[in-house]
Design a protein around this ligand. Structure first.
Ligand SMILES: [Zn+2]
Length: 192
């Protein structure tokens, strides 16, 4: 399994893992909370679940993210926005269900509100962490990537001893690799 495949598997597992983590935290919070403190306890449980899942997402992707100053700041904003989304979902559902006092139905707004931040963060962080065209060009320039790239994913294959892409795992024969570079050059030429 290549690192990219491992990352993608872990990324796909994120929503079900978040479901389990947040649900378990909520069940525990409801069990432990003193009467009339359920909302507070569930809020804290949601926050804990979010921190676990945001850490998970960051650990999965941090190796391929270029941590510029701007990107670190934007990631912080994504954290705040994700928590905000959770509050909005909670408040909206509470409003829709027409109950501002505690009863068993409040568990649903709390639960959905708790599930929202991890999923919102996965979306927002992905948008923030994407490589910009400038960064891609810089990476290619730094590695001389233009000379030889993986036809499947565009990763620089300069310095490789085999015709297997270290990034996406695609395998090529040497002649196919060379032919693909020529095709790339033609395409670049045509695009001006
Ligand atoms: Zn590749």
């Amino acid at each position: 399994m290549t690192r990219l495949v491992a990352r993608l598997v872990l990324a796909m597992l994120m929503p079900p893992v978040a479901l389990v983590v947040v649900s378990a935290a909520h069940v525990s919070a409801f069990a432990l909370a003193p009467v009339d403190s359920e909302v507070l306890y569930c809020g804290l449980a949601s926050l804990g679940g979010f921190l676990v899942m945001a850490t998970y997402w960051t650990l999965v992707w941090r190796g391929v993210v270029r941590w510029s100053r701007r990107r670190v700041v934007m990631t912080g904003i994504a954290v705040a926005a994700s928590l905000g989304c959770g509050v909005v979902v909670y408040a909206s559902l509470l409003w829709v269900m027409g109950s501002s006092y505690y009863n068993y139905r409040d568990q649903y707004p709390l639960w959905f509100g708790g599930l929202t931040p991890p999923l919102a963060f996965a979306v927002l962080a992905t948008l923030v962490w994407r490589e910009t065209p400038t960064e891609r060009a810089e990476r290619h320039a730094a590695t001389g990537a233009d000379a030889l790239v993986c036809p499947a994913c565009g990763y620089s294959m300069v310095g490789q001893r085999e015709a297997t892409c270290p990034e996406c795992g695609a395998r090529f024969t040497l002649d196919a690799l060379v032919a693909a570079q020529r095709h790339n050059e033609t395409k670049r030429f045509e695009q001006g």
